[in-house]
Design a protein around this ligand. Sequence first.
Ligand code: NAD
Length: 261
Amino acid sequence: MSPNFPDLKDKRVLITGSTMGIGLATAQAFAHQGARVGLNGRKAPEHLDDILAGMQTDGGESAFFAADLAHSAGCQQLVDAFVARFGGIDVLINNAGGLVGRKPLEAIDDEFFDAVSDLNMRSVLMTTRFALPHLRESAKQSGQTASVISVGSIAGHTGGGPGAALYGASKAWLHNIHKNWVDFHTAEGIRFNIVSPGTVDTAFHADKNEEVRQRISAGIPMGRFGKTSEMAPAFLFFASHACSGYITGQILDVNGGQYMP
Ligand code: NAD
């Protein structure tokens, strides 16, 4: 049975990096609540029409916006296009992110540093920056809090696996920068929370064979990888003013017990 969050109906929800994986499952969950949802990726996914039609049937209005968020201009372009279509932003979900690659310390060069930082840090910072006036306006007009939810990671707590130090550090940076945003933007009616996944079965883990997957699963109290559908409700909860209107500055770890802060 799907959870029900009636106050998300008609909310304007922009979800970065939502052509597949956690972002797409989350977009579909918002559509199911009757929200108006912006999908994003560098380019349209193969079955975009089917995805949009499915979300429409499910009760939500949705549109896709191509933008590369590793560049500030792409972040601005995405926010502008979403606002032109939906008239504002009530909820921003900063989900786009990834490993880029695995490199041990000795192999990290400027190019790799920039690529990991641009994808995981610049994208969140700039998208939030450009969305800020719209989130403020949403809170002012609705009398309810607007919500920014960024996707952190278990690696932000632990430091990351082999070759993932920069990725882990970039997620820790996100966990930290939210605290500053809470301090300086709560009075404007905006809440900032983080969903921090553990090990979720997406393309993120495409480099792992069955043996490695089993070894990882054995270290998770739940004994398995998480499903994308198990991540989505955490975003609904943080987006819903009725459910989490007094919750800000928090990290919700959704990880089957893999890490307990
Ligand atoms: P995924 O690879 O399935 O999806 C990544 C999404 O980001 C895709 O939609 C892709 O198109 C988009 N994207 C990539 N680069 C982009 C760019 N430059 N501009 C715009 N969009 C871009 O990965 P996922 O596992 O669903 O990961 C989603 C988020 O969850 C990421 O931030 C990731 O770091 C985080 N995360 C994942 C796991 C996991 O185990 N899967 C664990 C912890 C955190």
